[in-house]
Design a protein around this ligand. Structure first.
Ligand SMILES: Cc1cc2nc3c(=O)[nH]c(=O)nc-3n(C[C@H](O)[C@H](O)[C@H](O)COP(=O)(O)O)c2cc1C
Length: 349
């Protein structure tokens, strides 16, 4: 699958843009685990144009993570074009992505992100002006429509293609749904099957298992699958999905079996260290708590609640690592039990 001239290989898995999650450290980790391309969190065009420092800092990319996409959002075509040029000057990402899907009030209610699904002419004008402003591939990410009465994506996808964007990501929910309910992949499949569509279609929403990733490609025919929340505390999900897709293991997962709970615990510890190195002990640990809370490594361990709470309350690396090491034999035992149950019941795949 190609976005412009960027070849992402067959059936690529992409790390979704996620605010306060997909910083350079996490993007690098996910690339090493097998993500074919990674996205920055969205960056406000208005702030970039005003050269607001924290927003400019979000444009930081490193060579090793390429191909990488930077995502911007806004509601003014001129500011969006200016911001796009700033992104290219500062970071020269491989892809520039436009956010037409953010449902949160502070964005959508102000007419940006998914708010633009209520003003399609302006949405298309923004896409055109960004495409014209830069010499790198421009892509867009959106939802099915504003609400279930306005599932505009089949028509919108055609119109967006005409603006010159080079790939379209569709999250199978409406703005009204926010993150509730199940993502509806049938409309994503319908867009992909539309003979008028020539640009790659990237499917997104609720892909949490290797089997779901395979189904997305095989049943809905998408060109790429984008994975978001399933990566929390589980960046190795990309390696697991690659395996299910019959793709060769990435070097990072070939070095030691990716299914090994020891290895997975070490990956989480590494994530803590990288986060702390970047932002200091307090903020670094705070930043990684989302991953520690979500990781499947501790799921199903009997009587683990108090220990888990202590892990989530730890304020120093020393305390956190001591607690994680204390958990290691329990993680091991739980993984062994799960493997035994799986082999008794037959593999879910
Ligand atoms: C914490 C969080 C932050 C997000 N930030 C962004 C963002 O900056 N830009 C964007 O396009 N989508 C953002 N999203 C949406 C995700 O990219 C993705 O579309 C959504 O989570 C559905 O995919 P999933 O079911 O695989 O998580 C965010 C989602 C979460 C959970």
């Amino acid at each position: 699958m190609k976005i412009g001239t960027i070849d992402l290989g067959p059936r690529p898995l992409l790390l979704a843009p996620m605010e306060d999650v997909t910083d350079v450290g996490f993007r690098l980790l996910c690339r090493r685990m097998g993500a074919a391309m990674v996205y920055s969190e969205f960056v406000a065009a208005d702030a970039l144009v005003r050269m607001v420092k924290p927003s400019l800092a979000k444009l930081h990319v490193v060579e090793e993570e390429r191909p990488v996409a930077i995502q911007i959002y806004g509601k003014d075509p001129v500011a969006m074009a200016d911001a796009a040029q700033i992104v290219v000057e500062q970071a020269r990402p491989d892809v520039l992505d436009i956010n037409f899907g953010c449902p949160v009030k502070r964005v959508a209610a102000k007419g940006a992100g998914a708010g633009l699904l209520q003003n399609v002419p302006l949405l298309l004008q923004i896409a055109r002006s960004v495409v014209e402003a830069v010499d790198i591939p421009v892509t867009a990410k959106t939802r099915l429509g504003w609400d279930c009465e306005h599932l505009i994506i089949p028509r919108l996808a055609r119109d967006l293609q005409e603006t010159g964007i080079q790939a379209l990501t569709i999250h199978g929910r409406t703005r009204s749904q926010m993150y509730t309910g199940r993502a509806d992949w049938s409309l994503i499949g319908q867009v992909k099957a539309d003979p008028a569509m020539r640009i790659p279609i990237i499917g997104n929403g609720d892909i949490t298992t290797p089997a779901a990733a395979r189904e997305a490609f095989e049943r809905y025919g998408v060109d790429a699958v984008m994975v978001g929340r399933a990566t929390f505390g589980r960046p190795w999900v990309f390696a697991e999905m690659r395996e299910a897709l019959g793709q060769p293991p990435v070097p990072a997962s070939a070095a030691a079996p990716i299914g090994d709970p020891d290895r997975q615990l070490d990956i989480l510890k590494q994530q803590v260290l990288e986060s702390v190195a970047r932002t200091g002990e307090k903020r670094g640990i705070l930043h990684i708590r989302r991953h520690l809370a979500a990781t499947p490594l501790f799921k199903g361990i009997p009587d683990f609640r108090q220990h888990r709470i202590a892990i989530l309350r730890a304020e120093t690396v020393a305390d956190l690592f001591r607690l994680l090491e204390e958990a290691r034999p329990l993680v091991h035992a739980q993984a062994a039990t799960a493997t035994q149950n799986e082999s008794e019941m037959g593999s879910p795949l």
